[in-house]
Write a new protein. Structure first.
Lengths: 457, 412
């Protein structure tokens, strides 16, 4: 361990003294306070803070990722290129210890910089509302919708039910002879499945969409639930507004009459613009003692059109489940896991290729990670036609690619004050660390066999 | 190219580390062929090399550029894989940390970390050997002093001249008090004073039972310090033997005298010519190295400013030797406390000489020339050196014997 630490320390000290690290640090230390001053968002206090955290965390995450890629690709390759490695590996240190030490050095640098910059962002975020004039109402909104950590309840898709509905419709089309015979069965079924999904959370004029949730545990029943939604209309009205009534509470109580009511059912009429994210608040005591919660949306007949809630982001219930500080630390830990992966990637690549190739590969993998969802979808689509080949070749490689987007993007959590669940954090960080370990193992094997003084004539 | 390997080679494949090898370095049909990008053989750098370097000898690998010297060293240290054959270092393979813990290596150029300063550099290498902080601190001070860079310990290596970096390179090679010191072009980039110091150091290390494998194309330097040498060309050893064996001209004689009168010279000439031999009279030249050192020593005495390395120029030759000796004492006497280091020392067979510190200190601190001179007069047992037990016994006996002598002289 002493030898690994010696290499790590040396790597860390060298990286700190490199001008690259200084430039990155200076850039962030200048840009972050400027951002805190210039961020305006939608003009509200919460908008300002959300905008700052979004740009600030995005900037820190991006620049630290770039720094990690540069340093991790440079440190080992430079030792090999400038032959410094001759004086190191001829000492009583095993080559895997040298590789681990290099990765650890870069991770140490990340730890330090992440600690500094996250402290700067946290401090500026906390004090931002005090810099500008903020009304009491805005402060309450900040407390409820930003400086908190809210758990999220989302729509679930019953795949079996969707499959059944699609199958029934398909059989009906066959029976009635309405099936277009020029199309394949799979193509028709895919279309029918999509239609079934589409209809699952849709309601015609005078119809109702219902969401039911079990095991809902608000932090405090005196706090609020936040209903976040976005809907579309089958035929968008001229003023783009739709009318509806929301029912929130334990819907099971309505079957037994008013005397059986133990928890309130809130009824909230609203008029909202289509295709825009909306959020409103209801008291958390609507949740039944056993954790049951139902939310219904009644589509007013006057709309004269069907209302559709998109599967991905059409509906969500948020409720307070933790504090902002804890959530911020979880976000930083998720970011650290990403940096650890990038550090191991760079060091692992340079156990067998030089700096230019390593940095090109690292950048490609980084940007692939940023659009991972799209990449995976694309390959999945291609894989449908060559399943076996895809499963044994491309799929494992795709699995090794990191995921930095969608649920792995920390901004998504902090801006909307969504709780990063510990289970998710452990899983996401664990998978990234496992991938890092695999990369390092490959690096060890290559470096252990490598002829460091090899000359190609 | 295919050649049968001796049975010894196959036995050593099985009994590598457990065996007490009498050789510090041993190669069996060692061959290295460099290929092109497609893996096709292009250059035979070393071919079928069977080299044996005895323990406690200074062995020189000489040869022109591209003769395969550095390739041999790189194979010995595991930086290159032999295309064929095998190399043993201190009875084991150099990838084994127990073996590398006993080796000091100075590469052909001082490949150091430019962002670290001199002290941090030595501290880093000391940590790789598992030395504890006290030992590291003590050795770093001693080594910085020895290489004349004590005053520049906090300067980043990146700002050093080539020669100064070379000195730090040498210091890092000595930080573990190695049994085997492998020096690749050690005097490259050094000024004559640094060159002289390195030669003194090599001689002093050899006296202490260390083995030095020296690779150089500066023949004069090698000639002065090597016990045996191999002259390489085209990846093969062309000549191998002791310096005397290789260089002695048995058909000539040299007589050195004081100033002679013309009459005396004529008399000698007539005698020699009667013998049928050639006769030549000349005034011997002072060596440029000695002359240079004298000039710089004078400038140092006059306290002329310099931003370079500061050597002990005010010292006499005996004092300079004593100073090197003192540094080496500090290296070997610093107690290594780490358990791992202790385990390494126990688990591997060693011929490192552990001199009695009190004896060495007395020898180096005394102003009596008689006390220091005998140390330099210790004859290295060339033939006996093959037996590690003999080496240890002989040198320690000599040292203790001298101490007895010194005490006898003091007493009466």
């Amino acid at each position: 361990m002493g030898r690994i630490w010696a290499v790590a320390r040396n790597t860390f000290v060298s990286a700190i003294r490199m001008k690259t690290a200084i430039v990155f640090m200076a850039m962030l230390l200048i840009l972050l306070p400027i951002l805190s001053y210039t961020s305006t968002g939608d003009g509200t206090a919460i908008g300002r803070v959300q905008s700052f955290v979004s740009y600030g965390m995005g900037l820190v995450s991006f620049l630290l990722s770039m720094l990690t890629i540069v340093v991790s690709c440079y440190t080992l390759s430079s030792d090999v290129k400038h032959k410094r490695v001759y004086s190191v590996v001829t000492k009583p240190i095993r080559r895997f210890e040298f590789v681990i030490g290099k990765a650890m050095g870069v991770i140490l640098l990340d730890l330090l910089l992440l600690a500094v910059f996250s402290a700067v962002i946290y401090g500026l975020t906390i004090y931002m509302p005090r810099f500008a004039k903020t009304s009491d109402e805005e402060l309450v909104r900040l407390k409820n919708e930003f400086f908190t950590a809210r758990a999220s309840l989302k729509m679930t898709i019953d795949k079996q039910e969707i499959e059944k509905q699609a199958y029934d419709v398909y059989n009906e089309l066959v029976r009635t002879g309405q099936l277009d015979e020029s199309r394949s069965r799979e193509s028709v079924m895919t279309e029918l499945r999509n239609a079934a999904k589409y209809n699952m959370y849709a309601a015609g004029p005078g119809g109702m969409v219902l969401w039911e949730f079990q095991r809902v545990k608000p932090f405090d029943v005196n706090e609020s639930l936040f209903i976040r939604f976005k809907f579309n209309a089958a035929q968008t009205p001229a003023d783009k507004n739709l009318y509806g009534v929301w029912y929130i509470g334990d819907s099971r109580q309505t079957q037994g009459g008013p005397e059986t009511m133990k928890t309130p059912i809130y009824q909230i009429p609203r008029k909202d613009v289509v295709d825009t994210m909306q959020e409103f608040e209801v008291p958390a005591d609507a949740v039944a003692a056993d954790g049951y919660l139902a939310v219904g949306f009644y589509n007013e007949p006057m709309n004269n059109t069907a209302v559709i809630f998109p599967i991905e982001d059409g509906f969500e219930v948020l409720y307070k489940a933790g504090g902002f500080g804890g959530n911020f630390i979880s976000a930083i830990l998720l970011m650290l896991a990403r940096l650890v992966f990038l550090a191991c990637l760079g060091v692992s690549l340079t156990t067998w290729v030089g700096f230019p190739v390593a940095i090109l590969c690292s950048l490609t993998i980084f940007f692939t990670g940023v659009i991972n969802g799209f990449v995976v979808q694309s390959f999945d689509y291609l894989g449908q036609n060559m399943a076996i080949f895809y499963n044994v070749t491309i799929k494992p490689v795709i699995w090794l690619l990191p995921k930095f987007d969608q649920n792995y993007n920390v901004n998504k959590y902090l801006i909307d004050a969504r709780m990063i669940k510990y289970g998710f954090l452990a899983m996401a960080a664990g998978v990234l660390l496992l991938k890092s370990l695999i990369l390092l193992l490959v690096g060890f094997l290559i470096f252990a066999k490598r002829e460091l003084a090899k000359v190609v004539i | 190219m295919e050649s049968a390997l001796p049975m010894e080679f196959y036995l050593k494949r099985v009994f590598v580390v457990s065996e007490k090898s009498q050789f510090a370095v041993e190669t069996f049909g060692l061959t290295k062929v460099f290929g092109d990008w497609w893996g096709r053989s292009r250059v035979v750098a070393v071919e079928d090399l069977n080299l044996k370097v005895n323990r406690n000898e200074v062995f020189g690998l000489l040869g022109p550029n591209g003769s395969g010297k550095t390739t041999i060293i790189k194979m010995l240290l595991g930086l290159l894989h032999p295309t064929k054959g095998r190399a043993l270092v201190l009875g084991g393979v150099s990838r084994d940390p127990k073996i590398t813990a006993r080796i000091g290596f100075l590469p052909e150029e001082s490949y150091l970390y430019p962002y670290l300063n001199a002290r941090e550099t030595l501290d880093f290498y000391g940590r790789l050997f598992g030395l504890n902080s006290k030992v590291r601190a003590s050795r770093i001070d001693a080594l910085l002093d020895m290489v004349g860079l004590a005053g520049m310990a906090s300067r980043p290596i990146g700002t050093f001249s080539k020669g100064m970096a070379r000195r730090i390179g040498l210091a890092q090679a000595l930080i573990n008090d190695p049994e085997l010191l492998i020096l690749d072009e050690p005097t490259s980039g050094l000024d004559p004073i640094g060159t002289k110091q390195i030669k003194d150091l090599i001689v002093e290390l050899a006296k202490r039972g260390k083995t030095v494998l020296l690779c150089s194309h500066l023949l004069a330097d090698a000639e002065e310090v090597c016990d045996r040498m191999a002259i390489m060309y085209g990846g093969h050893i062309q000549r191998l033997g002791s310096v005397d064996e290789l260089l002695k001209q048995t058909n000539k004689r040299q007589i050195t005298t004081g100033v002679l009168t013309e009459d005396a010279i004529q008399k000698i000439r007539s005698i020699v010519e009667k013998q049928g031999s050639e006769f030549e009279v000349s005034e011997p030249m002072q060596r440029l190295e000695s002359y240079f050192i004298e000039v710089v020593r004078q400038a140092h005495k006059e306290k002329r400013p310099t931003s370079g390395a500061v050597n002990r120029l005010d010292a006499t030759q005996a004092e300079a030797t004593a100073a090197v000796s003192d540094v080496l004492d500090r290296l070997v006497s610093a107690k290594v406390e780490t358990q791992k280091q202790a385990e390494i020392k126990q688990s591997v067979e060693t011929i490192a000489i552990e001199p009695d510190k009190s004896v060495l200190t007395k020898l180096t601190q005394s102003s009596d020339e008689n006390l220091t001179t005998p140390v330099s007069k210790i004859e290295k047992p060339a033939a006996e050196a093959q037996n590690p037990e003999n080496i240890k016994k002989n040198i320690l006996d000599e040292l203790v014997g001298r101490q007895g002598l010194a005490e006898d002289e003091k007493n009466g």
